[in-house]
Design a protein around this ligand. Structure first.
Ligand code: DOR
Length: 427
């Protein structure tokens, strides 16, 4: 009788226990039960020779679009895309319609995720009722329903007093306020990063200042209230500097950066491809380098996708009119391997730390997520680091295909994903 799963001969990378070696991993009853065991004939054996075996990736910033925008993504398709990209857990942001600001909304997502039965889904609740920035949401009820943080992502909260109260209130639940930092008055209907490229292309610019003033404000509010702040999609060198300074001063702040802000620059907009339009916008080479440096020195704690699906009807419009956002769950690992690891700027253990270990810590996931320690949930990804593949619409499981990497060849891909010890994706 089959009594477990033995993943054999993989390069097991688990930053949570400083592990990077070739060994066997034994899984029984949905949990990791040991390393280095030899087959007994009773286990299902998986040959992982030449593959990386790591804790399943965790995304703190996924737009699942359901309820309200099911033409772009559903909980079923979004979680399927997550598995395809190597994720075992994702956190969905609440800018849906209606926005996730009641217990019933949270429970709807939890139920749909359970029905989809793909990966773990954690919910981020709204800071303000209806995401209007006027009144705090029922944060206590949302916390009781199990949200892992609060955000009005998609836009910032203009009213600093409201944000201050949010920081104070959530301390009861030890949950982070997750800030999309952007002053919409400074953005002022901009389309891409403000600068020489925008001027040349005749496109309205978004100054980096629009992000930075609000990053500074969020840090100051967190410092003043002793609240817990997580900064979403940081994209500027100034932002990295502000966070570095804040951490030095003991502010309770963590921050994420997206794969696109680590690898793409504003000049690509010369193609007028709306799949290069996102918020915050692609920045300069200096910003990208600062983000990479920040990621490596620990200023930026993790990589989040900001997977933002938009249907072709909406996205394939003139760049001025197309919505902001790109999909990312299915390409993040390959993009970062191709652009950072293979170019010698980062190592696999560093990347796994930023995509699995640290995300679990930031949102305080229970022991057993983001780690391969004995006793942990068997949420595991097998990665073929050498696999070359081309990004095509037909292979994407997300309902939307708005990726800037379409048609490009990338290296490295998740080839198997186990969630709680069950194989949920196999290539
Ligand atoms: O590019 C983005 N798209 N950035 C955001 O903050 C929101 C997101 C969306 O909802 O499409």
């Amino acid at each position: 009788m089959i009594q477990g799963i033995l993943i054999k001969n993989g390069r097991v990378i688990d930053p949570s226990q400083n592990m990077d070696c070739v060994t066997n991993v034994l899984i029984e009853n949905g949990r990791i039960t040991g390393f280095g065991m030899q087959p007994t004939g009773r286990e299902r054996e998986i040959d992982a020779t030449g593959k990386i075996v790591a804790p399943g990736l965790i995304d703190l910033h996924t737009h699942l679009r359901e309820p309200g925008f099911e033409e772009s993504e559903t909980i079923f398709t979004g979680t399927d895309a997550a598995l395809n990209g190597g994720y075992t857990s994702i956190c969905c942001v609440p800018n849906t319609n209606p926005p996730i600001d009641t217990q019933a909304d949270v429970e709807f997502i939890q139920d749909q995720a359970a029905r989809a039965d793909h990966c773990n889904v954690y919910v981020i609740g709204c800071i303000s009722k209806n995401r209007e920035g006027k009144e705090l949401s029922e944060m206590g009820y949302l916390a009781r329903a199990g949200v892992i943080g609060f955000s009005d992502d998609g836009s910032d909260i203009e009213n600093a007093e409201l944000l201050r109260r949010a920081f104070e209130y959530v301390q009861m639940f030890n949950l982070p306020i997750m800030c999309h930092t952007e002053d919409s008055n400074l953005t002022n209907r901009g389309v891409m990063n403000e600068g020489i490229v925008a001027t040349r292309l005749g496109l309205r610019g978004i100054p980096s200042l629009a992000e930075d003033v609000m990053t500074a404000r969020a840090i100051m509010l967190a410092e003043y209230t002793h609240g817990k702040l997580h900064l979403m999609h940081i994209s500027t060198s100034k932002g990295v500097q502000l966070i570095r300074e804040a951490k030095k001063n003991g502010v309770n702040v963590t921050a994420e950066v997206t794969p696109h802000h680590l690898t793409l620059t504003e000049d690509l907009l010369e193609s007028f491809d709306s799949n290069l339009k996102m918020a915050p916008p692609l920045r300069t080479r200096a910003d990208v380098d600062a983000c990479i440096e920040g990621l490596l020195d620990g200023t930026l704690d993790c990589v989040s996708t900001d997977h933002a699906p938009h249907s072709a009807e909406k996205k394939q419009r003139e760049i001025d009119l197309a919505p902001f956002g790109i999909v990312g769950l299915e390409t993040s690992l390959a993009v970062l391997n191709t652009e950072l690891i293979l170019k010698g700027r980062m190592t696999w253990p560093q990347l796994i730390e930023k995509m699995a270990t640290n995300p679990a810590k930031i949102i305080n996931l229970p022991d057993g997520k983001g780690t391969l320690q004995v006793g942990a949930d068997a949420d595991i990804v097998l990665i073929d680091p050498d696999l070359k593949w081309t990004v095509t619409e037909s292979e994407m499981r997300s309902r939307s295909k708005n990726s800037p990497w379409l048609g490009q060849e990338l290296t490295g891909r998740a080839v198997m994903v186990l969630v709680n010890g069950r194989i949920r994706m196999k290539r």
